[in-house]
Design a protein around this ligand. Structure first.
Ligand code: ADP
Ligand code: MG
Length: 242
């Protein structure tokens, strides 16, 4: 990839969600580009297509969703990726914090077993090595007393800590791009800034690109280098932070 080529390029993306009852034009002719290390804030009202865009980037839309246009990551059209290529993309080169990710943590398994599983499945680490890597990861994301966090069930941790665990998991395989879908909506004001400060540390340390989705304009403006706004599935504006 040359220096000038975008890390992520979305060209004329159009997505319709089809069901027996209705057909929803979720995205219409959406284009955007992101460079390495850049923080793009994506805003838009509920239903404007933000989550659809993130899922389209990862090719995670349901099979009933019809799509045209192109998504390229590191110069490669994601539509051409085979299964191993897609696996490397999802959670590998692109970290993903889905909307309501904390609710997606398995409530009947310890946090540690869920983090360690990632290292076992994705990096083929044996149990002991995966455990060590997990503890190290939790520490790196400033989860105090990482051993206690490792052995806790999600309900034993605060919302802020759970969201930090979700961030750590999204970052575990050292992605070049983080897609964060309303990662702070369940947190109170102070914890919001804590989490975003943590993402900013990662952004600067590793030249991570961040696509941050929120409907909180103040929050987006505080962190983003650039803003994009979806309105009814169309890109209503893009521009530098004021
Ligand atoms: P946002 O994240 O901005 O709230 P979404 O991308 O979730 O918006 O949704 C955009 C539109 O697509 C909404 O009208 C929503 O109801 C519809 N939609 C999203 N996902 C699906 C789906 N899997 N099946 C049918 N409709 C969907
Ligand atoms: Mg959404």
């Amino acid at each position: 990839m040359s220096n000038h080529e975008a890390l992520l390029k979305v060209d004329s993306l159009t997505v319709r969600h089809e069901s027996v009852a209705r057909s929803v034009a979720a995205l219409t002719d959406v284009s955007l580009a992101m460079q390495a290390g850049e923080w793009l804030g994506l805003i838009g009202e509920s239903g404007s297509g933000k989550s659809t865009l993130l899922r389209a980037i990862l090719r995670m839309l349901p099979p009933t969703s019809l799509q045209s246009g192109r998504v390229c990551f590191q110069g490669r059209d994601v539509a051409t990726l085979d299964e191993p290529g897609l696996t490397r993309l999802r959670g590998g080169s692109i970290g993903f914090m889905p909307q309501q990710a904390v609710a997606a943590l398995n409530p009947v398994r310890t946090v540690g077993s869920q983090v360690a599983e990632l290292f076992r499945l994705r990096l083929g680490l044996a149990a002991t090595a995966a455990r060590l890597r997990s503890l190290e990861l939790l520490e790196r994301f400033h989860l105090p007393d990482s051993l206690r966090v490792f052995e806790s069930y999600p309900h034993q941790l605060s919302g802020g800590m759970c969201q930090r665990v979700v961030l750590a998991m999204a970052m575990a395989l050292e992605p070049q791009l983080l897609l964060a879908d309303e990662p702070t909506s369940s947190l109170d004001a102070g914890l919001r800034l804590d989490l975003l400060d943590e993402i900013r540390i990662q952004q600067r340390r590793r030249n991570l690109a961040v696509l941050f989705v929120s409907h909180d304009l103040d929050l987006v403006e505080r962190y983003a280098d650039r803003l994009a706004m979806l309105q009814g599935g169309r890109m209503a504006m893009t521009g530098d932070r004021r």
